[in-house]
Design a protein around this ligand. Structure first.
Ligand code: HEC
Length: 166
């Protein structure tokens, strides 16, 4: 009887040890279209993070929305201007989470320039909008200078990029 009890507890111990081992030894899997996303969980997350891209992707979006914002203001389409400003803010926020090294240079843009533009849009005031837009443009370029990409100079957009019209 004593021996039987000993063997049962030994069996329980061994199977528990095997389970912990199985949990630690995570196997590689392949998911997504034709299994393009491969590896262990961390490897998959790394690949997804890489696919989300860095700050140039953020800037691509901000740059498009900056142009849309401008023409929204010119059209006095204040709801669309508001929409674009919200998305600029969100894109910057997400970009700074991915690349926090740009956070310091972005402070004026995020904390002063965006709120000033918000006030102009809320007031539906075209003169205030043009003024806020010029300040925004100056600040885009100021940040580029701080970030050593001064060769990327933005100016008031000349052409519309989307078919959105009031
Ligand atoms: C953090 C400060 C910062 C602010 C504010 C900022 N930028 Fe940038 N911008 C950068 C950096 C850094 C790069 C280069 C990114 C890289 O090399 O990955 C860049 C790159 C760009 C590019 C090139 C993107 C590409 O790869 O094709 C454009 C266009 C651009 N910015 C437009 C703007 C506009 C328009 C504004 C203002 C509405 C703005 N940026 C505000 C830091 C900033």
């Amino acid at each position: 009887m004593k021996n039987l009890l000993l063997s049962i507890s030994a069996l329980i111990f061994i199977s528990a040890a095997c389970m912990t081992n199985a949990q630690q030894e995570e196997s590689s899997t392949a998911v997504g279209y034709e299994g393009w996303l491969k590896g262990k969980t961390d490897e998959k997350f790394n690949e997804v993070a890489h696919q989300l891209q860095g700050f140039s992707r953020t800037m691509w979006e901000v740059s498009y929305r900056y142009t849309e914002l401008y023409f929204a203001g010119m059209d006095e389409n204040w709801d669309y201007a508001n929409y674009q400003l919200e998305h600029i803010d969100e894109a910057m926020e997400q970009g700074l989470i991915r690349r926090p090294s740009h956070e310091e240079s972005a402070q004026t843009f995020v904390k002063v320039v965006i709120p000033a533009m918000q006030d102009a849009i809320d007031a539906k005031d075209s003169d205030a909008f043009i003024n806020a837009f010029n300040i925004m443009t100056t600040n885009c370029n100021a940040c580029h200078a701080m970030e050593e990409v001064a060769f990327i100079t933005v100016k008031t957009p000349e052409r519309r990029l989307s078919p959105v019209r009031p």
